[in-house]
Design a protein around this ligand. Structure first.
Ligand code: SAH
Ligand code: SF4
Ligand code: F3S
Length: 444
């Protein structure tokens, strides 16, 4: 029997890209490819890329150079994802050993384009397809404990710093019934935690159902134990959605709520469509409905025209909210985004941005350390996710998204345990197991 051709996919960027890689691998393995863990000697190598910051693209360019030395002579190298969409055929010119450039809506063509490329025909596929949700693909999931389920593709906001609307196209939502079908399939496979994915996931609308309907439908699939979503936009939290979150038992007490800035002036220039006050009000509404809600966020520093005063407002907003954690970024100017039209005099120097970033990180850390210290001695239910890199421990997670390291062996992965939080590094916890919940039948 002839050996099956092998495919290796390396993924950069957000969970949406990870989810797309799962779809691509599903499609390719169904088309006769064997998935391998290393690029060395693979017949097909795909790099699924991110374009969100310049640094993300530079990493990919560097990686494409490294991959060249690992490629066998007749291997096909393809670039997929957001950078592929952004640069299109330019990538074929710039990196000669790349033969395929395929954007996020072009993965249906993968098997045929790879076939042609193996015959020496290079190709670019970067058209948007507003109908495309890859409903007939069966994703090949990497994570055996939680399932990432895309419910929306693209983005209709136009935040002035952001490349995503360019790389992922207009917003479109999957049909609720398809999301429920996929949820039922992952539950039947033994996974009990589901994370719904979209760029502004709470603006979900399939023509008939809004995000509240979707949450209720997914949250009532038998066997679901944990339900999360990422990332919501602060403007799309209707009362219906918040009520659904509060009422669904599986919904976990954590929301990642990107703030970007605490200065109304900066938020306006970012075209985020909310003010500092509106953001804080959204936090209050969520907390009033969901006691013990943990909040994390994204913040950008050094946005064009950001003054020290604006930055101070970001720091005070962070303190006012009391985030559990935050992803912090230095602004990166992306070609083709509206932010390129700010006058050069608005540019914040790298020194100033770096210095603000350091102060921002210190503020975030101080706040989360204080919150986490207050949790020592508390009991929580955790789901064991994987082996930790450190000394024989397991990494587990609470419903409110705290990472807890616990002793135990790999047979506990995928199990729910009761733990007492016994220590914290400030960000992650050490825990002692105090009980195990009876296992539910795998398929319900
Ligand atoms: N759709 C999500 C964000 C996706 S991008 C949302 O609206 O919240 C993830 C994060 O990257 C953003 O929240 C933002 O903080 C950051 N980001 C996006 N573009 C950036 C840029 N040009 N420079 C620096 N950070 C950026
Ligand atoms: Fe980018 Fe804004 Fe859309 Fe998020 S909401 S993906 S930050 S344009
Ligand atoms: Fe990056 Fe594209 Fe996600 S730009 S952050 S991989 S949507």
């Amino acid at each position: 029997m002839a050996l099956r051709p092998t495919v290796y996919i390396e993924t950069y960027g957000c969970q949406m890209n990870v989810s797309d890689t799962e779809l691509m691998l599903g499609k390719l393995t169904a088309s006769g490819y064997e998935s391998v863990e290393q690029p060395d000697g693979a017949d097909v190598i795909l790099i699924n890329t991110c374009a969100i910051r310049d640094h993300a693209e530079q990493r990919v360019i560097g990686r494409l150079g490294e991959i060249k030395s690992k490629m066998k002579r007749d291997a096909v190298l393809g670039v997929t994802g957001c950078m592929a969409q952004r640069l299109g055929s330019q990538l074929l010119d710039r990196v000669k050993h790349v033969s395929l450039v395929i954007g996020p809506d072009g993965y249906r063509e993968l098997p045929s384009l790879i076939e042609s490329a193996r015959g020496g025909v290079k190709a670019t596929a970067v058209d948007f397809d507003l109908e495309e949700h890859y409903e007939d693909f069966t994703p090949r999931r990497f994570d055996g404990v939680k399932a990432w389920i895309p419910v929306q593709r693209g983005c209709d906001y136009k935040c002035t710093y952001c490349i995503v609307p360019t790389t992922r196209g207009p917003e479109r939502s999957r049909q609720l019934s398809e999301v429920v079908r996929e949820t039922e399939a992952v539950i039947a496979s033994g996974i009990s935690e589901v994370v719904l994915l979209g760029q502004t996931v709470n603006s979900y609308y399939d023509g008939k159902h809004d995000f509240a309907d979707l949450l209720r439908a997914v949250g009532s699939v038998p066997g679901i134990r944990r339900l999360r979503f990422t990332s919501p936009h602060p403007n799309d939290f209707s009362e219906r959605v918040i009520r659904a979150m509060a009422e669904i038992e599986a919904f976990c007490e954590h929301v990642h709520l990107p703030m970007q800035s605490g200065s109304t002036r900066t938020l306006r220039r970012m075209l985020r469509r909310y003010t500092r006050e509106k953001y804080l009000e959204c936090v209050d509404r969520l907390r009033a409905a969901i006691p013990r809600l943990a909040l994390t966020t994204d913040v950008i520093v050094g946005f064009p025209g950001e003054t020290e005063e604006d930055f101070q407002e970001t720091l005070t907003a962070i303190e006012a909210v009391g985030f559990d954690d935050a992803y912090t970024f230095k602004f990166s100017l992306r070609d083709g985004t509206p932010a390129t039209r700010f006058p050069a005099s608005d540019t914040i120097s790298d020194d100033v941005a770096s210095e603000r970033l350091a102060r921002l990180i210190a503020t975030v850390r101080a706040g989360s350390r204080e919150r986490n210290m207050g949790l020592i001695g508390a009991r929580r239910e955790v789901l064991v996710e994987k082996s930790a890199r450190r000394g024989g421990l397991l990494q587990s997670r609470t419903r409110d998204f705290k990472t807890v390291m616990i002793p135990g062996d790999v047979s506990l992965i995928g199990k729910y345990l009761q733990v007492e939080l016994t220590g914290t590094t400030g960000s992650t916890f050490l825990g002692q197991v105090v009980g195990q919940r009876a296992a539910l039948p795998m398929a319900v």
